[in-house]
Write a protein that binds this ligand. Structure first.
Ligand code: ATP
Length: 235
């Protein structure tokens, strides 16, 4: 097994207080490993997004610790967390959040202009097979193509980790498979450690490891001895 890229210990997140208290994460101890493709599954409200947001530095834990490599994230200031996110983490969400008035190339360039060691926007778009759509505006692209532009934008800075929250949630099966193929290719060719939240249990087959969330805890972790290709996922 490769080195952990993230290690959480007793990670707990409580929203609200008193009668309105919600224990979104309840003592999660787990690792995500270098260069792995992990899928996070579990019922709605089981804490998957909260977990991803905390390890990605978008949210802060109530208690417990998160290490990213040898850096303890839970003690970082807002400013340090911003730098951590900017330098190391790519995010992909269900909705693509592209800027409508910019072309695909320009949407990606927004990130490459402020990164330390970026790909060119053309290289990032080629990774998701969209180099031939670089001059198109979001409204001229299908949902799956827009999501691939969002993935190109996320990976253009060569992040060590790619955190994806329901990346295929708004897509039909055919388009969703193309998006999963892009994520798999990035994981294999760039070695980017990737975590994918999904409601679609079929997608777990593409992962090296599957982490099952329940009631803010990790119920179990399974290793896939035989991964399947995205095209073989039963949607
Ligand atoms: N900002 C917030 N304020 C209050 N409660 C929150 C907040 N964010 C999440 N929660 C609650 O924390 C719990 C875990 O939410 P989370 O979004 O992490 O679950 P999830 O497994 O990602 O769900 P889904 O699959 O529906 O996205 C839920 O009960 C949710 O309502």
């Amino acid at each position: 097994m490769s080195q952990p890229v993230f290690q959480t210990r007793d990670l707990t997140k409580i929203y609200g207080s008193g009668e309105t208290e919600v224990r979104a994460l309840d003592g999660v101890t787990m690792a995500l490993y270098e260069s792995e493709m992990a899928v996070l599954l579990g019922p709605s409200g089981s804490g998957k997004s909260t977990f991803l947001n905390i390890i990605g530095g978008l949210d802060q834990a109530t208690s417990g610790t998160v290490h990213y490599q040898d850096k303890e994230l839970t003690v970082l200031s807002e400013r340090q967390l911003t730098r951590y996110r900017r330098d190391h983490v790519g995010f992909v969400f269900q909705f693509y959040n592209l800027i409508p008035s910019l072309t695909a190339w320009e949407n990606v360039a927004l990130v490459t202009e402020v990164s330390r060691n970026p790909m060119t926007p053309g290289e990032a778009l080629a990774m998701v097979d969209l180099d031939n759509r670089a001059t198109h505006f979001p409204a001229q692209l299908s949902g799956g193509e827009q999501q691939r532009v969002a993935i190109a934008r996320a990976i253009a800075k060569r992040p060590e980790v790619l955190l994806c929250d329901e990346p295929t949630g708004a897509l039909d099966s055919k388009t969703g498979i193309i998006v999963l193929e892009a994520l798999t290719r990035i994981n294999e060719e760039l070695g980017t450690s990737t975590a994918v939240i999904t409601h679609n249990a079929g997608i777990q087959e593409i992962a090296h490891r599957v982490c099952f969330f329940k009631d803010g805890k990790i119920e179990r972790v399974e290793i896939n001895d035989q991964r399947v290709k995205p095209a073989e996922v039963v949607w």
